[in-house]
Ligand binder design. Sequence first.
Ligand SMILES: Cc1cc2nc3c(=O)[nH]c(=O)nc-3n(C[C@H](O)[C@H](O)[C@H](O)COP(=O)(O)OP(=O)(O)OC[C@H]3O[C@@H](n4cnc5c(N)ncnc54)[C@H](O)[C@@H]3O)c2cc1C
Length: 432
Amino acid sequence: MNGKTDIIVVGTGAAGLFYALNIPPSKEILMITKRAVDESDSYLAQGGICVLRDEDDYDSFFEDTMKAGHYENDRASVDVMIRSSPEIITDLIDLGVAFEKKNGELAYTREGAHSRARILYHEDLTGKEITSKLLTQVKQRPNITIIENMAMVDLICQDNRCSGVVASDGTGAIHLYYSDYVVLATGGLGGLFHSSTNLAHLTGDAIAIALKRQIELENISYIQIHPTTLYSQKPGRRFLISESVRGEGAVLYNRKMQRFVDELLPRDLLTKAIHEQMEQEESDFVWLSMQDMGAEVITHRFPNIYQHCLEEGYDITRECIPVTPAQHYFMGGIKVDLDSLTSMAHLYAIGEISCNRVHGANRLASNSLLESLVFAKRAAKDTLDHYEIIKVHQATLDLDDYQNLEQLRRDYKTIILDEIERSKVIERIDKA
Ligand SMILES: Cc1cc2nc3c(=O)[nH]c(=O)nc-3n(C[C@H](O)[C@H](O)[C@H](O)COP(=O)(O)OP(=O)(O)OC[C@H]3O[C@@H](n4cnc5c(N)ncnc54)[C@H](O)[C@@H]3O)c2cc1C
């Protein structure tokens, strides 16, 4: 199918789906996604989603976010995210999302670097609960079409204005989709790394395309390593052991079974301490113990982690598990303003691929789903407030450039990794 629609959304994670739900049925939306519709990192989120509990919580939520981000966060972005959080949670509940409750009231948990319990959750499958409910709603909207296994390989643009997407269905067929607006919601770039908690197909393609099309990027060397993933010698995605496990009392041990660190440090500091410990011991992992929580709490609160570890041969109610840091999150990305508009007209970026500097140099746990939803909703509002129809000019593209997908993937990977290295050098010079 080649044709024109009103809005194209690239990516069907929480950000893309929530954007689409915030656009009225009068606008036609085409969503494309590289794999199956439910293959997104949003489905994998375990720990939860932050919310401002009450006015008294504002200062400490703000400070926790800034401190975790090494005060490199954009203060206005942080303020918008925190202030919008109660409204977003109400939206989610209205859309059918079920958060854990105690005595009829919402239950809150705590994770590393949070000074207060302010995280809503659904077992240890919060991402699946939220994203599957968003997807159910999207599927009921007649104005939204989803095409699976369709990868964006380029943007159609002219004079710094975006008017569509070049996509490949993997069979060698190239599709040109034109639209008034394009929204990039393509998630992170963990698939570029040997060891990551992300799905392998999330390779930051939009970053390579942005570089090619001179769209501004921000902080692209800011890549978060999660301190605790289940150590395994098998290849493939690393299984995350959520921060909320430590928030609920799990502890870390070195080889001598001694605690060596405050388990609730921000992610980057804890990762550093674990790496130092592993180096000292010449080991590939440290130990994590959940036993003191008791079997009932473990199996009720963390059923997914319990089950996965059991399948890997560890009974976490009775024994420690080996854990090691792995790539987890991308704080940098395509530079956007508070309404998620990029430096290119008619092009928005939302979710993990975007960077409004809300996370600064390091993301606070459970701020990511929240950020994705808050700024997706703002992007939708901004699209509608400034809606302008584009007269389509047929793109002058050489489609041969996209025929060899494997080569294109390798090229994009090299482009991104080189840019990350270049950006690290500039950062070092800036800080010297
Ligand atoms: C294991 C794990 C646990 C996490 N736990 C939490 C948590 O507890 N709380 C929290 O706040 N955050 C958590 N996060 C982070 C959070 O899940 C993500 O940052 C967030 O869901 C990103 O949403 P998104 O919509 O931007 O991207 P995603 O949900 O990753 O969706 C990206 C979409 O883009 C599509 N796509 C990518 N490239 C292309 C392309 N070239 N063409 C077409 N489609 C493309 C993908 O197929 C996918 O549909 C966790 C992440 C992981 C990996």
